[in-house]
Design a protein. Structure first.
Length: 78
């Protein structure tokens, strides 16, 4: 078989293009998937992060947590 007599030259080029597209997709596309669902942070998660960073004191954390829990139970009952 003679691969370079004009019969298979184009196929070699097509495989290179396929590999380049595949490698580009692996490295660039997953960073921005259009229909990817992002998890929204709940108010309690934000409160926990603020407490962990030291932005609020333990008392403020406990008071805010009670308020959030009471609001969530109100929303569930209505």
């Amino acid at each position: 078989m003679h691969f370079y007599d004009g019969h298979f030259g184009g196929m070699h080029l097509i495989w290179w293009i396929i590999w380049i597209i595949l490698i580009a997709w692996i490295f660039f596309i997953p960073a921005d998937i259009p229909y990817q669902k992002t998890k929204k942070e709940s108010p309690l998660d934000i409160l926990k992060k603020r407490f962990a960073k030291g932005e609020i004191s333990k008392e403020e954390f406990e008071d805010s947590k009670k308020i959030l829990n009471s609001e969530s139970t109100k929303n569930l009952n209505s």
